[in-house]
Design a protein around this ligand. Structure first.
Ligand code: HEM
Length: 161
């Protein structure tokens, strides 16, 4: 396997770490850290917007390096690839789950997240806040599933026995 394959998997893993780490950092570090801060909503808003910017770049990078990983491992990405081998079927699953992540991130970033913060400012109802929280949690879970599928792929697509 060429050096490019290793570089592509390396970058893919760094991007995955950023994506999953970023989603954990907000609820585990930032939220408790600013709980009693008078400017809490503004800080949340500003950090959220920053993470959103890098988050979408990272998701694009994960798609590109993910497809490159398979290509540089010697596979041709045609219909047979996605249906014949375990490796191809797992990549098809990753693309399916990735589409869900994109949809959920779009809803989280542009619908629930922003609106929830606006409503928090007005101390209005908590429904959107709950949806923002749960779309974030489900995305974290899907991200962890993607890492597990990636781990199976890197070991040739063998399922654990
Ligand atoms: C949230 C998104 C994603 C996360 C968190 C993620 C995570 C990972 C991780 C951690 C690995 C490396 C595992 C290891 O080396 O043991 C991996 C490998 C891999 N990922 Fe992803 N991934 C994501 C998106 C994608 C997408 C969109 C594709 C596109 C098709 C993809 C295709 C692959 C492939 C083919 C490998 C295996 C490379 C090899 O053969 O060694 N990934 N992924």
């Amino acid at each position: 396997m060429s050096i490019w394959y290793f570089l592509s998997v390396w970058l893919h893993v760094i991007l995955a770490a950023f994506w999953i780490g970023g989603m954990l950092f907000l609820p585990l570090v930032i939220l408790p850290g600013i709980r009693n801060h008078p400017d809490r909503i503004r800080i949340l808003y500003d950090t959220g917007i920053r993470f959103r910017f890098f988050g979408w770049i990272v998701l694009a990078g994960l798609l590109v390096t993910g497809l490159l990983n398979a290509r540089l491992r010697g596979f041709t990405l045609n219909a047979d690839f996605f249906s014949v081998s375990n490796y191809g079927r797992l990549v098809a699953w990753k693309i399916g789950i990735f589409t869900l992540i994109l949809l959920l991130s779009g809803a989280h970033d542009w619908v629930f997240g922003n609106k929830a913060l606006e409503e928090m400012q007005e101390a209005a109802d908590q429904r959107l806040r709950l949806m923002a929280r749960w779309s974030g949690r489900i995305n974290l879970l899907l991200g962890c599933m993607m890492a597990f599928l990636g781990l199976l792929l890197s070991r040739g697509g063998q399922l654990p026995g």
